[in-house]
Design a protein around this ligand. Sequence first.
Ligand SMILES: Cc1cc2nc3c(=O)[nH]c(=O)nc-3n(C[C@H](O)[C@H](O)[C@H](O)COP(=O)(O)OP(=O)(O)OC[C@H]3O[C@@H](n4cnc5c(N)ncnc54)[C@H](O)[C@@H]3O)c2cc1C
Length: 505
Amino acid sequence: MQEHLTTYDVCVIGGGINGVGIATDAAGRGLSVFLCEKDDLASHTSSASSKLIHGGLRYLEHKEFRLVREALLEREVLLAKAPHIIRPLRFIMPHQPHLRPAWLIRTGLFFYDHLGKREQLAGSNHVKFQAENSPLKTEITQGFEYSDCAVDDSRLVVLNALQAKEKGAKIETRSRCLAAKRENGLWKIEIENAKGRYNIQAKVLVNATGAWVTQFLENTAHVASEYAIRMIQGSHIIVPKMYSEDKAFIMQNDDQRIVFAIPYLEKFTLIGTTDQEYHADPNRVEITQQEIDYLLDVCNDHFKKQLTQADILYTFSGVRALCDDESDQASAVTRDYTLTLNHDVDQAPLLSIFGGKITTYRKLAESALEKIQPFFTNMDKTWTEKAILPGAENLHSVDVLVEQILLKIKAVSPETARRWAHAYGTRIWTILENISHVQELGQDFGSGLYAQEVDYLVEHEWAISSEDILKRRTKLYLDFTIEQTQVLDEYLIALHARRLQKDVA
Ligand SMILES: Cc1cc2nc3c(=O)[nH]c(=O)nc-3n(C[C@H](O)[C@H](O)[C@H](O)COP(=O)(O)OP(=O)(O)OC[C@H]3O[C@@H](n4cnc5c(N)ncnc54)[C@H](O)[C@@H]3O)c2cc1C
Protein backbone atom coordinates (compact mmCIF):
# COMPACT_ATOMS: atom_id res chain seq x y z
CA MET A 1 0.00 0.00 0.00
CA GLN A 2 1.28 3.49 -0.83
CA GLU A 3 2.21 5.64 2.17
CA HIS A 4 0.14 8.85 2.34
CA LEU A 5 2.47 11.74 3.17
CA THR A 6 1.75 15.41 3.78
CA THR A 7 3.35 17.44 1.00
CA TYR A 8 4.64 20.97 1.69
CA ASP A 9 5.87 23.53 -0.80
CA VAL A 10 8.99 24.17 1.26
CA CYS A 11 10.75 22.17 3.95
CA VAL A 12 13.38 24.12 5.90
CA ILE A 13 15.98 22.25 7.93
CA GLY A 14 17.41 24.36 10.78
CA GLY A 15 15.79 26.67 13.33
CA GLY A 16 18.52 29.30 13.55
CA ILE A 17 17.94 32.84 12.30
CA ASN A 18 18.40 31.92 8.64
CA GLY A 19 15.99 28.97 8.75
CA VAL A 20 13.21 30.86 10.56
CA GLY A 21 13.78 33.94 8.38
CA ILE A 22 13.22 31.88 5.23
CA ALA A 23 10.24 30.02 6.75
CA THR A 24 8.55 33.31 7.69
CA ASP A 25 9.12 34.91 4.33
CA ALA A 26 7.91 31.81 2.44
CA ALA A 27 4.81 31.35 4.62
CA GLY A 28 3.92 35.03 4.18
CA ARG A 29 4.04 34.58 0.40
CA GLY A 30 1.40 31.89 0.52
CA LEU A 31 3.64 28.81 0.42
CA SER A 32 3.01 25.86 2.73
CA VAL A 33 6.07 25.51 4.97
CA PHE A 34 7.49 22.91 7.32
CA LEU A 35 10.55 23.68 9.48
CA CYS A 36 12.40 21.24 11.71
CA GLU A 37 15.11 21.98 14.26
CA LYS A 38 17.01 19.16 15.93
CA ASP A 39 17.37 21.05 19.25
CA ASP A 40 15.72 24.25 20.47
CA LEU A 41 15.20 27.29 18.25
CA ALA A 42 18.40 29.39 18.25
CA SER A 43 20.25 26.86 20.37
CA HIS A 44 23.45 27.10 18.32
CA THR A 45 25.16 30.01 16.56
CA SER A 46 22.08 32.24 16.57
CA SER A 47 22.22 32.64 20.36
CA ALA A 48 26.02 32.85 20.57
CA SER A 49 26.44 36.08 18.64
CA SER A 50 27.69 39.46 19.90
CA LYS A 51 24.02 40.48 19.72
CA LEU A 52 24.61 43.37 17.35
CA ILE A 53 22.66 44.55 14.36
CA HIS A 54 25.58 46.25 12.73
CA GLY A 55 27.12 47.18 9.43
CA GLY A 56 30.46 45.79 10.57
CA LEU A 57 32.92 48.69 10.51
CA ARG A 58 35.82 46.25 10.37
CA TYR A 59 34.58 44.60 7.17
CA LEU A 60 35.22 47.85 5.29
CA GLU A 61 38.92 47.08 5.67
CA HIS A 62 38.30 43.79 3.88
CA LYS A 63 36.44 45.69 1.11
CA GLU A 64 33.13 43.93 1.84
CA PHE A 65 31.17 46.96 0.59
CA ARG A 66 28.12 45.00 -0.60
CA LEU A 67 27.71 43.30 2.74
CA VAL A 68 28.34 46.44 4.80
CA ARG A 69 25.87 48.49 2.76
CA GLU A 70 23.18 45.83 3.01
CA ALA A 71 23.79 45.44 6.75
CA LEU A 72 23.78 49.21 7.36
CA LEU A 73 20.45 49.54 5.55
CA GLU A 74 18.98 46.65 7.53
CA ARG A 75 19.66 48.34 10.89
CA GLU A 76 16.74 50.74 10.59
CA VAL A 77 14.51 48.20 8.83
CA LEU A 78 14.93 45.73 11.72
CA LEU A 79 14.66 48.47 14.36
CA ALA A 80 11.24 49.35 12.97
CA LYS A 81 10.21 45.68 12.76
CA ALA A 82 11.04 44.84 16.37
CA PRO A 83 11.72 47.91 18.53
CA HIS A 84 11.15 45.87 21.71
CA ILE A 85 14.12 43.54 21.13
CA ILE A 86 16.37 45.87 19.11
CA ARG A 87 17.71 49.20 20.33
CA PRO A 88 20.11 51.83 19.02
CA LEU A 89 23.49 51.83 20.75
CA ARG A 90 26.39 54.27 20.54
CA PHE A 91 29.84 52.75 20.11
CA ILE A 92 33.02 54.40 21.33
CA MET A 93 36.26 53.58 19.57
CA PRO A 94 39.26 54.72 21.61
CA HIS A 95 41.90 56.11 19.27
CA GLN A 96 45.14 54.12 19.21
CA PRO A 97 47.25 55.99 16.62
CA HIS A 98 49.88 53.24 16.38
CA LEU A 99 47.16 50.76 15.25
CA ARG A 100 45.07 52.74 12.78
CA PRO A 101 45.69 56.39 11.83
CA ALA A 102 42.91 58.94 12.49
CA TRP A 103 42.43 59.64 8.76
CA LEU A 104 41.71 55.95 8.12
CA ILE A 105 39.11 55.78 10.88
CA ARG A 106 37.52 59.05 9.75
CA THR A 107 37.29 57.70 6.20
CA GLY A 108 35.78 54.43 7.46
CA LEU A 109 33.22 56.28 9.55
CA PHE A 110 32.36 58.59 6.67
CA PHE A 111 31.49 55.53 4.57
CA TYR A 112 29.67 54.00 7.54
CA ASP A 113 27.54 57.13 7.94
CA HIS A 114 26.72 57.41 4.25
CA LEU A 115 26.61 53.93 2.71
CA GLY A 116 23.16 53.21 4.16
CA LYS A 117 20.14 55.44 4.79
CA ARG A 118 19.82 56.65 8.40
CA GLU A 119 16.76 58.25 9.96
CA GLN A 120 16.87 57.17 13.59
CA LEU A 121 20.55 56.45 14.08
CA ALA A 122 22.87 59.40 14.76
CA GLY A 123 26.04 59.86 12.71
CA SER A 124 29.62 59.57 13.93
CA ASN A 125 31.71 62.17 15.74
CA HIS A 126 35.06 62.72 17.39
CA VAL A 127 35.14 62.50 21.23
CA LYS A 128 37.54 63.62 23.93
CA PHE A 129 37.64 61.68 27.21
CA GLN A 130 38.00 63.42 30.56
CA ALA A 131 40.49 61.44 32.63
CA GLU A 132 38.41 61.54 35.85
CA ASN A 133 35.06 60.50 34.29
CA SER A 134 36.20 58.06 31.66
CA PRO A 135 36.28 54.30 32.39
CA LEU A 136 39.22 54.13 29.97
CA LYS A 137 42.85 54.39 31.03
CA THR A 138 44.00 58.00 31.45
CA GLU A 139 46.44 57.80 28.53
CA ILE A 140 43.48 57.18 26.18
CA THR A 141 42.35 60.75 25.68
CA GLN A 142 40.30 60.72 22.49
CA GLY A 143 38.40 58.56 20.08
CA PHE A 144 35.37 58.31 17.83
CA GLU A 145 31.70 57.56 18.40
CA TYR A 146 29.18 56.03 15.98
CA SER A 147 25.83 54.19 15.97
CA ASP A 148 24.77 50.58 15.53
CA CYS A 149 22.11 48.48 17.30
CA ALA A 150 21.92 45.74 19.94
CA VAL A 151 19.49 42.83 19.62
CA ASP A 152 18.18 39.95 21.71
CA ASP A 153 19.38 37.38 19.17
CA SER A 154 17.49 34.30 20.38
CA ARG A 155 14.22 36.22 20.73
CA LEU A 156 14.63 37.49 17.17
CA VAL A 157 14.65 33.82 16.13
CA VAL A 158 11.63 32.94 18.28
CA LEU A 159 9.63 35.94 17.05
CA ASN A 160 10.30 34.97 13.44
CA ALA A 161 9.22 31.40 14.19
CA LEU A 162 6.06 32.76 15.82
CA GLN A 163 5.33 34.90 12.79
CA ALA A 164 5.93 31.93 10.48
CA LYS A 165 3.49 29.87 12.57
CA GLU A 166 0.90 32.63 12.44
CA LYS A 167 1.27 32.64 8.65
CA GLY A 168 0.54 28.91 8.59
CA ALA A 169 3.99 27.27 8.83
CA LYS A 170 4.48 24.11 10.85
CA ILE A 171 7.48 24.51 13.18
CA GLU A 172 8.79 21.36 14.83
CA THR A 173 11.61 21.59 17.38
CA ARG A 174 13.54 18.66 18.88
CA SER A 175 13.03 17.13 15.44
CA ARG A 176 16.06 16.04 13.47
CA CYS A 177 16.09 15.49 9.73
CA LEU A 178 17.63 12.05 9.38
CA ALA A 179 17.42 11.57 5.64
CA ALA A 180 16.26 13.39 2.51
CA LYS A 181 15.96 11.77 -0.90
CA ARG A 182 14.50 12.72 -4.24
CA GLU A 183 11.46 10.66 -5.21
CA ASN A 184 8.93 11.28 -8.00
CA GLY A 185 9.89 14.92 -8.44
CA LEU A 186 9.60 15.67 -4.71
CA TRP A 187 11.82 15.43 -1.62
CA LYS A 188 10.95 12.64 0.77
CA ILE A 189 12.21 13.72 4.19
CA GLU A 190 12.57 11.56 7.27
CA ILE A 191 12.24 13.27 10.64
CA GLU A 192 12.96 11.89 14.11
CA ASN A 193 11.56 13.31 17.33
CA ALA A 194 10.95 11.98 20.88
CA LYS A 195 7.88 10.06 19.69
CA GLY A 196 9.63 8.27 16.80
CA ARG A 197 10.17 8.70 13.09
CA TYR A 198 7.92 9.97 10.31
CA ASN A 199 8.15 11.16 6.70
CA ILE A 200 6.92 14.22 4.90
CA GLN A 201 7.32 15.40 1.30
CA ALA A 202 8.31 18.79 -0.04
CA LYS A 203 8.65 20.41 -3.43
CA VAL A 204 11.74 22.38 -2.32
CA LEU A 205 14.22 21.52 0.42
CA VAL A 206 16.12 24.32 2.18
CA ASN A 207 19.32 23.45 4.00
CA ALA A 208 19.72 26.16 6.66
CA THR A 209 21.75 24.02 9.03
CA GLY A 210 24.53 26.56 9.67
CA ALA A 211 27.67 24.75 10.79
CA TRP A 212 26.18 21.46 9.52
CA VAL A 213 25.59 22.74 5.97
CA THR A 214 28.12 20.55 4.14
CA GLN A 215 27.52 17.59 6.46
CA PHE A 216 23.79 17.80 5.65
CA LEU A 217 24.43 18.04 1.92
CA GLU A 218 26.82 15.14 1.77
CA ASN A 219 25.58 12.75 4.47
CA THR A 220 21.84 13.45 4.63
CA ALA A 221 20.84 14.58 1.14
CA HIS A 222 23.72 12.82 -0.64
CA VAL A 223 24.50 15.81 -2.82
CA ALA A 224 28.06 17.06 -3.42
CA SER A 225 28.71 20.47 -1.87
CA GLU A 226 29.82 23.24 -4.23
CA TYR A 227 31.63 25.02 -1.42
CA ALA A 228 33.69 24.14 1.60
CA ILE A 229 33.05 25.94 4.87
CA ARG A 230 35.49 27.22 7.44
CA MET A 231 34.29 27.01 11.00
CA ILE A 232 35.54 29.98 12.99
CA GLN A 233 34.94 29.86 16.72
CA GLY A 234 33.97 33.03 18.55
CA SER A 235 33.67 33.32 22.31
CA HIS A 236 32.36 35.86 24.80
CA ILE A 237 32.75 36.42 28.52
CA ILE A 238 30.18 38.09 30.79
CA VAL A 239 31.36 40.16 33.75
CA PRO A 240 29.57 42.47 36.22
CA LYS A 241 28.82 45.88 34.66
CA MET A 242 32.19 47.58 34.10
CA TYR A 243 30.99 51.16 33.61
CA SER A 244 27.79 53.14 34.02
CA GLU A 245 27.43 54.70 30.55
CA ASP A 246 24.93 52.97 28.26
CA LYS A 247 27.43 52.74 25.41
CA ALA A 248 29.53 50.00 23.89
CA PHE A 249 33.28 50.19 23.40
CA ILE A 250 35.03 48.86 20.32
CA MET A 251 38.64 48.13 21.21
CA GLN A 252 41.36 47.71 18.63
CA ASN A 253 43.99 45.10 19.26
CA ASP A 254 47.49 44.97 17.80
CA ASP A 255 46.62 41.84 15.77
CA GLN A 256 44.24 44.14 13.78
CA ARG A 257 41.17 42.46 15.33
CA ILE A 258 38.60 44.28 17.41
CA VAL A 259 36.85 43.33 20.66
CA PHE A 260 33.57 44.78 21.92
CA ALA A 261 32.53 45.59 25.49
CA ILE A 262 28.73 45.85 25.37
CA PRO A 263 26.20 46.75 28.10
CA TYR A 264 24.20 43.57 28.69
CA LEU A 265 20.93 42.96 30.59
CA GLU A 266 21.26 46.11 32.77
CA LYS A 267 23.71 44.53 35.25
CA PHE A 268 26.46 43.05 33.07
CA THR A 269 29.07 43.73 30.40
CA LEU A 270 29.47 41.34 27.48
CA ILE A 271 33.00 41.10 26.10
CA GLY A 272 33.85 39.44 22.80
CA THR A 273 34.62 38.10 20.40
CA THR A 274 37.51 35.95 19.33
CA ASP A 275 38.18 34.42 15.89
CA GLN A 276 39.86 31.04 15.82
CA GLU A 277 39.71 28.06 13.51
CA TYR A 278 37.47 25.27 14.81
CA HIS A 279 37.65 21.64 13.75
CA ALA A 280 35.63 19.75 16.39
CA ASP A 281 31.90 19.02 16.89
CA PRO A 282 29.79 22.20 16.43
CA ASN A 283 27.32 20.85 19.02
CA ARG A 284 29.90 21.37 21.74
CA VAL A 285 31.80 24.62 21.32
CA GLU A 286 33.48 25.89 24.47
CA ILE A 287 35.68 28.82 25.30
CA THR A 288 39.39 27.98 25.59
CA GLN A 289 41.82 29.37 28.17
CA GLN A 290 43.66 31.11 25.33
CA GLU A 291 40.46 32.98 24.36
CA ILE A 292 39.75 33.95 27.97
CA ASP A 293 43.28 35.37 28.31
CA TYR A 294 42.96 37.17 24.99
CA LEU A 295 39.67 38.88 25.93
CA LEU A 296 40.90 39.82 29.41
CA ASP A 297 44.15 41.24 27.98
CA VAL A 298 42.41 43.43 25.39
CA CYS A 299 40.04 44.77 28.08
CA ASN A 300 42.80 45.36 30.57
CA ASP A 301 44.78 47.27 27.93
CA HIS A 302 41.90 49.72 27.62
CA PHE A 303 39.96 50.00 30.88
CA LYS A 304 41.01 51.37 34.26
CA LYS A 305 39.16 48.50 35.91
CA GLN A 306 41.43 45.49 35.64
CA LEU A 307 39.63 42.18 35.18
CA THR A 308 40.82 38.77 36.28
CA GLN A 309 39.40 35.35 35.58
CA ALA A 310 37.54 35.58 38.91
CA ASP A 311 35.33 38.36 37.50
CA ILE A 312 33.91 36.09 34.80
CA LEU A 313 30.30 35.12 35.55
CA TYR A 314 29.58 33.21 32.37
CA THR A 315 31.04 32.40 28.98
CA PHE A 316 29.52 31.28 25.70
CA SER A 317 30.91 30.25 22.33
CA GLY A 318 29.61 29.62 18.85
CA VAL A 319 30.93 28.88 15.40
CA ARG A 320 30.58 30.97 12.31
CA ALA A 321 30.19 28.64 9.34
CA LEU A 322 31.77 30.80 6.66
CA CYS A 323 32.22 30.12 3.00
CA ASP A 324 35.89 29.25 2.57
CA ASP A 325 37.54 32.02 0.53
CA GLU A 326 41.02 30.75 1.36
CA SER A 327 41.94 33.79 3.50
CA ASP A 328 45.05 33.32 5.60
CA GLN A 329 43.52 34.78 8.77
CA ALA A 330 40.34 33.53 10.45
CA SER A 331 39.19 37.12 11.03
CA ALA A 332 39.51 37.94 7.30
CA VAL A 333 37.26 35.15 5.94
CA THR A 334 34.24 36.71 4.21
CA ARG A 335 31.16 37.25 6.43
CA ASP A 336 28.93 37.49 3.35
CA TYR A 337 26.46 34.73 2.51
CA THR A 338 26.26 32.46 -0.50
CA LEU A 339 23.21 30.48 -1.66
CA THR A 340 23.50 27.45 -3.89
CA LEU A 341 20.65 25.78 -5.75
CA ASN A 342 21.04 22.13 -6.66
CA HIS A 343 18.55 20.77 -9.19
CA ASP A 344 18.18 19.31 -12.63
CA VAL A 345 15.24 18.80 -14.99
CA ASP A 346 12.61 16.69 -13.17
CA GLN A 347 14.63 16.88 -9.95
CA ALA A 348 13.29 18.57 -6.82
CA PRO A 349 15.46 21.59 -5.91
CA LEU A 350 17.73 21.85 -2.86
CA LEU A 351 18.75 25.31 -1.69
CA SER A 352 21.73 25.55 0.70
CA ILE A 353 22.72 28.54 2.82
CA PHE A 354 26.40 29.23 3.48
CA GLY A 355 27.41 31.94 5.97
CA GLY A 356 25.33 34.99 6.86
CA LYS A 357 24.88 37.32 9.80
CA ILE A 358 21.98 37.94 12.17
CA THR A 359 21.84 41.46 10.72
CA THR A 360 21.26 40.31 7.14
CA TYR A 361 18.85 37.40 7.82
CA ARG A 362 15.86 39.16 6.22
CA LYS A 363 17.72 40.03 3.03
CA LEU A 364 19.16 36.50 2.94
CA ALA A 365 15.60 35.15 3.14
CA GLU A 366 14.52 37.40 0.28
CA SER A 367 17.43 36.09 -1.84
CA ALA A 368 16.45 32.53 -0.93
CA LEU A 369 12.85 33.14 -2.03
CA GLU A 370 14.09 34.72 -5.26
CA LYS A 371 16.07 31.54 -5.97
CA ILE A 372 13.05 29.27 -5.50
CA GLN A 373 10.56 31.61 -7.19
CA PRO A 374 10.78 29.75 -10.57
CA PHE A 375 9.25 26.67 -8.91
CA PHE A 376 6.23 28.58 -7.55
CA THR A 377 4.71 30.69 -10.27
CA ASN A 378 1.92 32.13 -8.09
CA MET A 379 4.13 33.06 -5.15
CA ASP A 380 3.35 36.49 -3.62
CA LYS A 381 5.78 39.42 -3.70
CA THR A 382 8.38 40.47 -1.07
CA TRP A 383 6.61 41.63 2.09
CA THR A 384 8.92 41.46 5.13
CA GLU A 385 10.56 44.90 4.89
CA LYS A 386 7.54 46.77 6.22
CA ALA A 387 6.01 43.99 8.31
CA ILE A 388 6.51 44.18 12.06
CA LEU A 389 7.37 41.15 14.19
CA PRO A 390 5.07 39.80 16.95
CA GLY A 391 4.95 42.17 19.92
CA ALA A 392 5.54 45.30 17.88
CA GLU A 393 1.81 45.71 17.15
CA ASN A 394 0.69 49.12 18.50
CA LEU A 395 3.98 49.47 20.34
CA HIS A 396 4.70 53.18 20.46
CA SER A 397 7.43 53.07 23.08
CA VAL A 398 8.87 50.39 25.35
CA ASP A 399 9.00 52.93 28.22
CA VAL A 400 5.27 53.63 27.88
CA LEU A 401 4.56 49.89 27.81
CA VAL A 402 6.56 49.46 31.03
CA GLU A 403 4.43 52.19 32.66
CA GLN A 404 1.23 50.48 31.47
CA ILE A 405 2.33 47.14 32.93
CA LEU A 406 3.25 48.76 36.26
CA LEU A 407 -0.15 50.42 36.35
CA LYS A 408 -2.14 47.29 35.53
CA ILE A 409 -0.26 44.62 37.52
CA LYS A 410 -0.18 45.43 41.21
CA ALA A 411 3.07 44.59 43.07
CA VAL A 412 5.07 43.83 39.93
CA SER A 413 8.68 45.01 40.15
CA PRO A 414 9.88 47.65 37.65
CA GLU A 415 12.67 45.23 36.67
CA THR A 416 10.17 42.52 35.68
CA ALA A 417 7.89 45.00 33.90
CA ARG A 418 10.90 46.17 31.86
CA ARG A 419 11.99 42.62 31.05
CA TRP A 420 8.46 41.70 29.94
CA ALA A 421 8.10 44.82 27.78
CA HIS A 422 11.38 44.09 26.01
CA ALA A 423 10.86 40.37 25.57
CA TYR A 424 7.20 40.32 24.50
CA GLY A 425 6.33 43.87 23.46
CA THR A 426 2.54 44.25 23.36
CA ARG A 427 2.10 40.44 23.29
CA ILE A 428 2.65 40.69 27.05
CA TRP A 429 -1.09 41.41 27.27
CA THR A 430 -1.78 37.85 26.07
CA ILE A 431 0.25 36.53 29.00
CA LEU A 432 -1.33 38.99 31.43
CA GLU A 433 -4.92 38.56 30.24
CA ASN A 434 -7.27 38.75 33.25
CA ILE A 435 -4.34 39.37 35.62
CA SER A 436 -4.29 42.42 37.87
CA HIS A 437 -1.98 41.37 40.70
CA VAL A 438 1.32 39.47 40.83
CA GLN A 439 -0.34 36.94 43.17
CA GLU A 440 -2.52 35.79 40.27
CA LEU A 441 0.51 34.75 38.19
CA GLY A 442 0.85 31.33 39.82
CA GLN A 443 3.98 29.66 41.17
CA ASP A 444 6.85 32.08 41.79
CA PHE A 445 10.20 30.67 40.55
CA GLY A 446 12.18 33.76 41.54
CA SER A 447 13.62 36.77 39.69
CA GLY A 448 10.18 37.71 38.37
CA LEU A 449 9.42 34.41 36.64
CA TYR A 450 5.95 33.01 37.37
CA ALA A 451 3.98 29.99 36.15
CA GLN A 452 1.80 32.17 33.91
CA GLU A 453 4.83 33.15 31.79
CA VAL A 454 6.29 29.63 31.80
CA ASP A 455 2.96 28.19 30.61
CA TYR A 456 2.84 30.75 27.80
CA LEU A 457 6.38 29.93 26.71
CA VAL A 458 5.59 26.21 26.60
CA GLU A 459 2.24 26.71 24.86
CA HIS A 460 3.24 29.35 22.31
CA GLU A 461 7.02 29.59 22.03
CA TRP A 462 8.20 25.96 21.79
CA ALA A 463 9.95 26.03 25.21
CA ILE A 464 10.58 22.59 26.66
CA SER A 465 13.44 22.77 29.16
CA SER A 466 14.53 25.23 31.83
CA GLU A 467 17.46 26.11 29.58
CA ASP A 468 15.08 27.08 26.74
CA ILE A 469 13.27 29.37 29.17
CA LEU A 470 16.16 30.85 31.13
CA LYS A 471 18.79 31.19 28.42
CA ARG A 472 16.90 31.85 25.23
CA ARG A 473 13.38 33.13 26.08
CA THR A 474 13.76 35.23 29.26
CA LYS A 475 17.56 35.71 29.71
CA LEU A 476 17.15 35.07 33.46
CA TYR A 477 19.94 32.49 33.41
CA LEU A 478 22.41 34.80 35.12
CA ASP A 479 20.03 35.36 38.05
CA PHE A 480 18.81 31.83 38.67
CA THR A 481 20.45 29.59 41.28
CA ILE A 482 20.84 25.82 40.77
CA GLU A 483 18.05 25.23 43.33
CA GLN A 484 15.67 27.62 41.56
CA THR A 485 16.43 25.92 38.24
CA GLN A 486 15.63 22.54 39.78
CA VAL A 487 12.25 23.81 40.96
CA LEU A 488 11.55 25.07 37.45
CA ASP A 489 12.62 21.71 35.99
CA GLU A 490 10.20 19.86 38.28
CA TYR A 491 7.38 22.21 37.30
CA LEU A 492 8.13 21.65 33.62
CA ILE A 493 8.16 17.85 33.97
CA ALA A 494 4.70 17.99 35.57
CA LEU A 495 3.45 20.46 32.96
CA HIS A 496 4.63 18.33 30.03
CA ALA A 497 3.05 15.23 31.61
CA ARG A 498 -0.30 17.08 31.92
CA ARG A 499 -0.07 18.24 28.30
CA LEU A 500 0.71 14.71 27.13
CA GLN A 501 -2.27 13.30 29.03
CA LYS A 502 -4.51 15.94 27.46
CA ASP A 503 -3.19 15.00 23.99
CA VAL A 504 -3.92 11.30 24.60
CA ALA A 505 -7.39 12.04 25.90
C1 LIG B 1 30.89 34.59 18.03
C2 LIG B 1 29.94 35.10 16.99
C3 LIG B 1 29.50 36.41 17.04
C4 LIG B 1 28.61 36.86 16.09
N1 LIG B 1 28.13 38.13 16.21
C5 LIG B 1 27.23 38.59 15.32
C6 LIG B 1 26.65 39.87 15.50
O1 LIG B 1 26.90 40.56 16.49
N2 LIG B 1 25.79 40.30 14.57
C7 LIG B 1 25.45 39.54 13.49
O2 LIG B 1 24.70 40.04 12.65
N3 LIG B 1 25.94 38.31 13.31
C8 LIG B 1 26.81 37.81 14.21
N4 LIG B 1 27.31 36.54 14.09
C9 LIG B 1 26.85 35.71 12.96
C10 LIG B 1 25.50 35.04 13.26
O3 LIG B 1 25.41 34.67 14.60
C11 LIG B 1 25.33 33.82 12.35
O4 LIG B 1 25.57 34.17 11.03
C12 LIG B 1 23.92 33.25 12.42
O5 LIG B 1 23.50 33.07 13.75
C13 LIG B 1 23.87 31.92 11.68
O6 LIG B 1 22.56 31.43 11.73
P1 LIG B 1 22.15 30.06 11.07
O7 LIG B 1 20.68 29.98 11.10
O8 LIG B 1 22.82 29.93 9.74
O9 LIG B 1 22.87 28.95 11.99
P2 LIG B 1 22.42 28.34 13.40
O10 LIG B 1 21.91 29.36 14.32
O11 LIG B 1 23.54 27.50 13.90
O12 LIG B 1 21.20 27.40 13.01
C14 LIG B 1 21.35 26.18 12.31
C15 LIG B 1 20.44 25.17 12.99
O13 LIG B 1 20.33 24.00 12.19
C16 LIG B 1 20.06 22.92 13.07
N5 LIG B 1 20.33 21.65 12.39
C17 LIG B 1 21.50 21.20 11.90
N6 LIG B 1 21.34 19.98 11.34
C18 LIG B 1 20.02 19.66 11.48
C19 LIG B 1 19.23 18.51 11.10
N7 LIG B 1 19.76 17.47 10.46
N8 LIG B 1 17.92 18.51 11.42
C20 LIG B 1 17.34 19.55 12.07
N9 LIG B 1 18.06 20.65 12.45
C21 LIG B 1 19.38 20.70 12.15
C22 LIG B 1 21.03 23.18 14.23
O14 LIG B 1 20.64 22.52 15.41
C23 LIG B 1 20.98 24.70 14.34
O15 LIG B 1 20.12 25.16 15.37
C24 LIG B 1 28.18 36.03 15.05
C25 LIG B 1 28.61 34.70 15.00
C26 LIG B 1 29.47 34.23 15.99
C27 LIG B 1 29.88 32.80 15.98
